[in-house]
Write a protein that binds this ligand. Structure first.
Ligand code: GTP
Length: 371
């Protein structure tokens, strides 16, 4: 069975992490998210995936090739310009001739795809949307259904008094191929504002498949950090890399950890990382491959990517550090700060309150502080 995966968005809410790395390629515990997604699809019976790429398209080609490394067939098809979610599917419709799954490429879910397909067939649905419950529906597109699941109404970001359901569009669809004819060619067109309401208006059977499967959108700094917590706390099926050497510690190969380093909570230390004496690492934390952490540093609930040189005597908490940064002694990084890639940050700076440092930035000593 074939799946289309939408991975062409700019990932603006995650900038500057997405300046060099498209959102679906962001590492989750050291592995690009799209690889987790593809292997999850493969394990659930999907053997061919068509990736609709646009922004930083080459990153997908280099990382995934034809998919054989992952045991499936992958086509990477680039749009001439962003066509929107439905317009992107139209652009690859010549490759689709049967019932097709479509996935947003930024949603982590362990939804049972075969159960969704069985539901779609049993209802003789033309278009089925996976639904997930949320606590605050006012920030999302709501989908109202009958008790049998037939979709009756779409409601975009309602006011609190308009909320009639807590079920939202979870970004996974099953679509019958004749509906691709209803998507206008060569133009920007969205599912949410275009194909879904127009299919409903034409009275084609559309159903919502509600489930309480794990679901999160990795698209904001907050949710990107939370998804790591969920992986590490075992809320979603995910094989942590390396070997489990203590109940709370996973390490890759060629790792160097000084004898007195203290680990609290669950921590993953990826291949080739080095952690010097006196560090305290508190999970959930990921230390990326070939990252070096100087003596006496404290890292808490943070995600650190590859090839960084940090410290000594640094503090990093609840923050994300990208690739190849050089951050000097004594720097403090707190509270959803994002340091992207290739920065050079001299000593005695402090970052807080979600500050975002763009790739290549150089920060002189003692020039940034928060009181
Ligand atoms: P933000 O800019 O932060 O909103 O992120 P985004 O646009 O990357 O993601 P959004 O949640 O808006 O889109 C949902 C999914 O559709 C993501 O996986 C995007 O990569 C993808 N997507 C959005 N627009 C396009 C598009 O024009 N073409 C393609 N191929 N994919 C798209």
């Amino acid at each position: 069975m074939k799946a289309v995966i939408l991975v062409g968005g700019f990932g603006t809410r995650l900038r500057p992490l997405t300046v060099n790395t498209p959102k679906p390629m962001l590492p989750l515990v050291g592995t690009p998210f799209i690889e987790w997604m593809l292997t999850n699809l493969r394990d659930q019976g999907i053997d061919e995936a068509i990736l609709c790429v646009q922004y930083l398209a080459d990153r997908f080609r280099t990382a995934l090739g034809d998919g054989s490394r992952l045991g499936m067939k992958v086509h990477i098809i680039e749009e001439p310009e962003p066509r929107g979610t439905a317009g992107a599917v139209k652009h690859v419709a010549h490759l689709l001739d049967d019932t097709t799954f479509v996935f947003n490429g930024d949603v982590m879910t362990d939804l049972d795809l075969q159960a969704m397909l069985a539901f779609h067939r049993a209802k003789q649905s033309q278009l089925t949307i996976a639904l997930t419950p949320v606590e605050d529906p006012t920030a999302f597109g709501l989908v109202e259904t009958t008790a049998e699941g037939r979709i009756t109404r779409f409601l975009e970001k309602p006011k609190p008094e308009e909320v009639t359901t807590n079920m939202i569009n979870a970004g996974t669809y099953i679509i019958e191929p004749h509906l691709f004819d209803d998507i206008p060619a060569n133009q920007h067109y969205m599912f949410e504002r275009g194909l879904f309401p127009s299919t409903l208006q034409k009275n084609h059977p559309m159903y919502g498949f509600a489930s309480d499967a794990y679901w999160t959108d990795i698209g904001t700094p907050q949710t990107y950090l939370e998804v790591h917590q969920d992986i590490i706390n075992g809320k979603v099926r995910f094989a942590l890399p390396g070997s489990q050497i203590k109940h709370n510690l996973w390490v890759g190969s060629n790792v160097s950890i000084a004898a007195d380093v203290a680990f609290h909570g669950t921590v993953v230390v990826c291949d080739g990382a080095q952690i010097a004496a006196g560090c305290v690492i508190t999970g959930p934390t990921i230390i990326g491959a070939h990252t070096r952490i100087g003596a006496g540093s404290a890292i808490t609930a943070s995600v650190i990517w590859q090839e960084n040189h940090l410290g000594p005597d640094m503090v990093v908490s609840h923050s994300v550090i990208g690739h190849r940064n050089h951050i000097a002694a004594g720097v403090k990084i707190h509270n959803s700060t994002i340091i992207s890639d290739d920065t050079v940050i001299a000593g005695d700076n402090a970052f807080d309150r979600g500050v975002r440092i763009w790739p290549g930035t150089q920060v002189a000593a003692q020039s940034i502080s928060f009181s």
